[in-house]
Design a protein around this ligand. Structure first.
Ligand code: 4AD
Ligand code: MG
Length: 463
């Protein structure tokens, strides 16, 4: 008999049919002449209840050795359940214990564990209801991302992970080098000589695929990337990872307002897909992780995002009468306390901030006519803050060169980027969505470390 996933059994199979399932035991309860086994295979949140009675030839072994955490295969016949918790259960005809589990040392006991504790057993935490549900939602969001862009003619572009330039110019780069750490070659001034390094220069892990993405958008029209990005920022917050996944669409012949429109329909589409495809998980998050999650998501789909210029936002903060830890005036970078106040208290929903002062934004953003601001936008969500950052790109060669000089950037690593402005330059624009922040919002999970399989944060990459 072919193995069925528990999800398929619950959705498609009926009482009277035979079935073979394989999975991990969540709990076992032994009665006098039979045992109840709750089996989970990760295909769905809920377990399949198995009834094993003493007529099984290996019943004694089952009672003695089939403990929480063990893996097994069960063949039997589906029957209508007398219990109220499930519609169907499996009456076992044959049970094979595949991998025993030392229940004395198995760290996942039946009680509820804290997420902090679960991070210390990141290899086993996918067997919990919450992490399993998060990863199924993550999967649906990833798939929906591809469907969304593919249906709109965007080309999926694989941008490099190793780069020679700092896209965001924030200096938060991880170095990539193969030089001998004990005795690296040095130049006359005694500095490490990277001309002997693997790439003939010091290289880095990418902070964003944008610059490479622009080059392909300026040939293929619309592209998107979806890959890991790396930031060596020493931020120990519930919203920062050193390795996170980003989706970066880039459109040629497009301006800032096109990115705002795209961001809005894309986010609404993703949220809609999760509500349709993950009803069981979303009901769980709403009940166990954060009350009102489903209603919040539905509202997100129904209401248009509010668009507010940076100047208006600063005015709102000034007249709020609030005492912020970091006072805000024109030119300041908005802190999360400001973002949260605007999102959660003033506008009570998602907002798109745009036209930021040029001094606080990256070099590649297009300067506005006022000479003070750039055509940039951030999408802010209640609870998580900035979820998307994007802009129209500076497509005028002379202005970009002047700006890079003013910012003291070494133009050499960007020579090819500048050439895109010399040969058939076009207005173009795009954005980056922080994938984990989106998952946080959708699931209501407090900490970003619990929405990625193996989180990397300062002092922490053990798995
Ligand atoms: O705003 P950021 O830095 O923008 C860029 O990297 C642009 N090059 C994107 C583009 O225009 N193509 O990052 C984009 C998003 C942020 O809005 C945030 O959601 C997420 O990436 N992000 C992080 N997520 C987790 N941990 C971190 N350390 C993050 N830093 C940024
Ligand atoms: Mg940003």
């Amino acid at each position: 008999m072919k193995r069925s996933k528990i999800k398929t059994i619950k959705q498609e199979k009926k009482a009277g049919e035979e079935a073979l399932v394989k999975g991990w035991v969540r709990t076992v309860r032994h009665q006098k002449n039979f045992s109840f086994i709750e089996l989970n295979d990760g295909s769905t949140l809920s377990c399949l209840q198995i009834i094993a009675d003493s007529s099984l030839p290996n019943y004694t072994a089952i009672v003695e050795r089939l403990a929480t955490g063990a893996s097994c295969a069960v063949a039997g016949i589906l029957v209508e359940s007398l219990g109220t918790k499930q519609a169907i259960e499996l009456h076992a005809k044959e049970i094979e214990i595949i991998g025993e589990c030392d229940s004395q040392h198995y760290p996942l006991q039946k009680k509820r564990h804290s997420f902090e504790f679960l991070r210390t057993i990141a290899h086993l935490r996918p067997r919990t209801n919450t992490i399993g549900a998060v990863m199924r939602v993550r999967n649906v969001l990833a798939f929906a991302t591809h469907v969304f862009f593919q249906e709109r003619g965007f080309i999926y572009l694989h941008t490099p992970i190793i780069t020679a330039s700092d896209c965001e110019g924030a200096g938060e780069l991880f170095n990539v080098s193969t030089l001998d750490k004990e005795d690296p070659p040095r130049n006359k001034r005694g500095e490490i000589d990277h001309s002997h390094d693997f790439f003939g220069k010091l290289a880095y892990l990418t902070v964003s695929g944008q610059l490479n993405g622009e080059s392909y958008a300026c040939a293929l029209s619309d592209i998107y990337t979806f890959g890991p990005t790396f930031r060596a920022e020493n931020s120990n917050t519930s919203r920062h990872l050193a390795e996170f996944w980003m989706i970066e669409p880039e459109m040629a012949f497009a301006d800032l307002s096109d990115t705002m429109d795209l961001a809005q329909i894309y986010l609404k589409y993703l949220i809609g897909e999760v509500l349709i495809k993950c009803p069981e998980e979303m009901e769980f998050f709403d009940r166990v992780i954060r009350k009102g999650t489903i209603a919040r998501l539905q509202e997100m789909i129904d209401k248009p995002f509010q668009k507010i210029s940076y100047i208006e936002a600063v005015e709102q903060l000034a007249k709020s009468g609030r005492v912020f830890e970091f006072p805000c005036h024109f030119g300041c970078d908005l802190q999360s306390e400001h973002e949260r106040y605007l999102c959660e208290e003033v506008y009570k929903g998602p907002i798109i901030l745009y036209d930021f002062p040029k001094a606080i934004k990256a070099f590649y953003m297009r300067e506005n006519e006022d000479g003070k601001t750039v055509a940039a936008m951030d999408v802010l969500f209640p609870g998580v803050g900035e979820i998307i950052g994007g802009s129209q790109r500076e497509d005028r060669h002379a202005i970009l060169v002047e700006k890079m000089d003013r910012m003291g950037l070494d133009k050499e690593p960007y020579w090819w980027y500048l050439e895109l402005r010399k040969y058939g330059s076009v207005p173009h624009a795009g954005f980056g969505l922080g994938f984990e922040r989106l998952i946080q919002f959708v699931t209501g999970m407090e900490n970003i470390r619990d929405v990625i399989p193996f989180p990397r944060t300062p002092n922490h990459a053990p798995f």
